[in-house]
Design a protein around this ligand. Structure first.
Ligand code: SAM
Length: 340
């Protein structure tokens, strides 16, 4: 295995069988994490980019079985930020030196393409890179949002296992999800995808295929996190995914896609107080503090422990900078595109 990992550091290829073996046993974890950290340093240096995450609506028409903001969750406080609130959060981030904002929401029909285009062009006037994470859209809608100035788009495949995908996503189709991702690539977005790790019924074989899919798509960003059971969802009583397995999927992704951007996700921190620092040591090079504002940062409750505190944008950015510093790394000063 040591030889295989040393070869992968140079070739950025691993066969499916080896990936499955690495995911199935803990004995090579140290070697794997060191290999991923080596590749991260080689391609991304010690720079960590901060993206300001604005979770601007938790209203969603979809009913994904794992998600705490799914349509059928009746006991959560639904909210929407208006354009002014989004711009105010972005403005505070700009004053802190942030160069990218990520607009994330449930699939909320209130935010039409025209409304989103207006918000995007106002954000571009602040000289920000704009990432969208607003779910499945038509080709035409993706095109219009790109023309309005959006630079990047995050849409996790969640799982490439067709049967599991359809079980987890009532009335959704994996073929449409794949169409969305291919559209985004074709339209010139920096395209992010990723998966949930530890879904009930997910096997190491299926996770290995997810990792190979990220490479086949040539994803520009990959966001991964452990599945965390959320109350009032059909999966509330299930066992969640482990941090170790999520870190292994992340490390393998870094080995195979050496120059991409990989965030240390909050789901990792929900399972371990130093989750994001651990992720930075296993291949991650991005952190995404929530800058939605004190009244909202705890309402976007995808899973328990997502946000322990209600804190201001300035506080969450300061905290992200502290994580970067404590990990012995430096905060990026550019927009942090894949090829920078
Ligand atoms: N609606 C957009 C979409 O579909 O991409 C963005 C919002 S969606 C809530 C963001 C991500 O949250 C999903 O891609 C999913 O992987 C993650 N997520 C949802 N529920 C989760 C849970 N219970 N545990 C961990 N991650 C979860």
């Amino acid at each position: 295995m040591k030889n295989k990992l040393e070869k992968a550091i140079l070739t950025h290829n691993l066969d499916e069988e080896t990936i499955i073996e690495l995911l199935s046993t803990g004995i090579y974890d140290d070697l794997l994490f060191k290999a991923a950290d080596f590749v991260r340093k080689q391609y991304k240096d010690d720079i960590v980019h901060i993206r300001g995450l604005i979770e601007f609506s938790n209203i969603c028409k979809q009913n994904c079985k794992y998600c705490g903001i799914r349509r059928d969750c009746k006991n959560i406080d639904r909210y929407r930020l208006d354009k002014e609130q989004i711009l105010s959060a972005a403005h505070q981030a700009v004053l802190k030196g942030i160069k990218t904002v990520v607009l994330q929401s449930g699939e909320d029909a209130y935010f039409t393409t025209d409304k989103m285009a207006e918000i995007i062009s106002a954000l571009k006037n602040l000289d920000l890179a704009v990432t969208l994470s607003i779910g499945e859209k038509s080709t035409e809608e993706y095109r219009a949002l790109k023309e309005a100035g959006a630079d990047r788009y995050l849409l996790r495949i969640e799982t490439t296992d067709r049967t599991l995908y359809e079980k987890m996503h009532p009335n959704m189709s994996i073929d449409n999800r794949l169409r969305c991702l291919r559209d985004l690539k074709k339209l010139g977005y920096e395209t992010g995808t990723g998966c949930l790790v530890g879904l009930p019924g997910q096997s190491p074989e299926s996770l290995a295929r997810d990792i190979l899919f990220f490479k086949e798509l040539d994803a520009d960003m990959v966001g991964l996190g452990p599945f965390i059971p959320a109350p009032e969802t059909p999966l509330a009583g299930e066992k969640g995914g482990s941090l170790e397995l999520a870190l292994k999927v992340m490390a393998l992704t870094r080995l195979l896609l050496p120059d991409i951007n990989i965030p240390a996700t909050t789901a990792m921190e929900a399972l371990h107080p130093q989750g994001r620092t651990l992720a930075l040591n296993c291949g991650a090079n991005v952190v995404m503090p929530n800058i939605s504002g004190c009244n909202y940062s705890n309402k976007y409750a995808l899973y328990p422990g997502k946000s322990r505190l209600t804190v201001s944008p300035v506080q969450t950015i300061d905290y992200a900078e502290k994580i970067i510093q404590n990990a012995g790394r430096k905060t990026g000063t550019t927009k942090g595109f894949r090829n920078e």
